[in-house]
Ligand binder design. Structure first.
Ligand code: AHG
Ligand code: MN
Ligand code: MN
Length: 358
């Protein structure tokens, strides 16, 4: 019998390149449940993924279409120049969650107050907090950017629309993650059961599982900080950087987009810092939309996130756009930065005691 005469056996093992695990299936599998809460979370993640796909599509064609690049000429609530892509991505999240029945409010870095979707309330028991485009200075030069998201359960009826229930610590997050728009688009998320990464397969429009239960190395070579601010920092941070310069095994990486820098550290270890500066003693990064979601994620991966003196997840904001200094990454590297800060605080205390005694 020749090969041609052989009956065609269906080879299930090689029918697909790999065992395609989609995001929505993964969420349900992680929760071991088909309960209403599990279905909600799965639907929420699917919508976030849709926002990611729409933003990725715009970014990949940004140089070819009218009005995708450049500034709007406006500034946001924190006084930063707003880019057209910031507005586009902000609106994408709103559109994706309208008539979803899932979230009642969206709070974004780009909006002064949360955006309410009355038709979703009170059915939608969640709030989505997000940074629509993180690293927007990279947009116009075709470098990596990201989106950051966090989900919290709405507490109370928020009848006066002040969203005071959002002014709670980061342990209140039930899910968080980011989408990285790089050479490929990746979505990394945690619902409190580890950290998992998905890669967008554009040919089928699905995020497919790439890495499950990611663990950040306890120490890594990378330090990621804007050293242009060196003379703006406190002496303790300068001392840490001097230490890094004098010791072998460190390498500097800074992309201008927190999401990209965190992604590298998640896989390879190291530390990202955005300390306070003379001009901005609380640094630049916003607690609810950037630091807390990434802290949730990195802790789930076995890493750590700190202001330098306090765990990021313990910080209670006094307003929704509160900023915090951020030190995040491998446990040992975060601890080393903290030790420099503690040392300086001790010295300052000792000096103050001596002065008061003299
Ligand atoms: P955003 O684009 O959302 O305003 O965030 C930019 C952030 C962060 O992504 C990045 O790490 C940092 O700002 C860069 O700031 P500097 O240019 O001050 O280093
Ligand atoms: Mn940002
Ligand atoms: Mn942003």
């Amino acid at each position: 019998m020749t090969d041609v005469d052989q009956p065609l056996a269906l080879d299930h093992e090689h029918a697909l390149d790999r065992n395609y695990m989609t995001l929505s299936r993964h969420v349900l599998q992680q929760l071991h449940s088909f309960s209403a809460d599990a279905q909600d979370l799965s639907a929420l993640m699917t919508r976030i993924a849709l926002a990611g796909k729409l933003i990725a599509r715009r970014l990949t064609r940004a140089g070819l279409v009218e009005d995708a690049l450049g500034f709007t000429g406006r500034t946001n609530v924190q006084g930063e120049a707003v880019k057209k892509m910031d507005i586009f991505a902000n609106q994408v999240f709103i559109s994706v969650f309208e008539q979803s029945g899932l979230v009642c409010r969206l709070a974004s870095e780009e909006m002064e107050k949360p955006y309410y979707i009355p038709e979703n309330c009170p059915v939608g028991r969640y709030t989505l907090l997000y940074d629509p485009i993180d690293g927007s200075s990279n947009v116009d030069i075709n470098l990596n950017v990201g989106s950051i998201f966090s989900i919290r359960k709405q507490e109370g009826d928020d009848a006066d629309g002040t969203a005071t229930d959002l002014l709670q610590d980061g342990h209140k997050q039930i899910a968080a993650g980011y989408i990285l728009y790089g050479p490929s688009t990746m979505l990394v998320y945690s619902i409190g059961t580890g950290v998992h990464a998905f890669t967008l397969d554009p040919s089928i429009g699905e995020f497919i599982l790439a890495n499950e239960n990611i663990q950040v190395p306890t120490h890594g070579p990378v330090y990621s900080v804007n050293e242009g601010n060196f003379w703006q920092w406190d002496e303790s941070i300068r001392d840490y950087i001097r230490y890094v310069h004098r010791h072998e095994g460190y390498t500097a990486r800074y992309s201008g987009a927190l999401v990209g820098d965190i992604h590298r550290i998640l896989f390879q270890g190291g530390v990202f810092l955005y300390p306070g500066t003379i001009k901005n003693p609380e640094g630049k990064l916003r607690l609810l939309y950037e630091s807390a979601p990434l802290a949730f994620l990195i802790e789930q991966a076995g890493g750590n996130a700190s202001t330098g003196t306090q765990a990021i997840l313990d910080v209670v904001p006094d307003k929704i756009h509160t900023r915090t200094p951020l030190v995040i990454g491998s446990k040992e590297d975060v601890a080393l930065v903290e030790s420099f800060i503690q040392e300086h605080l001790r010295e300052q205390r000792d000096k103050a005691i001596l002065t008061s005694q003299s």
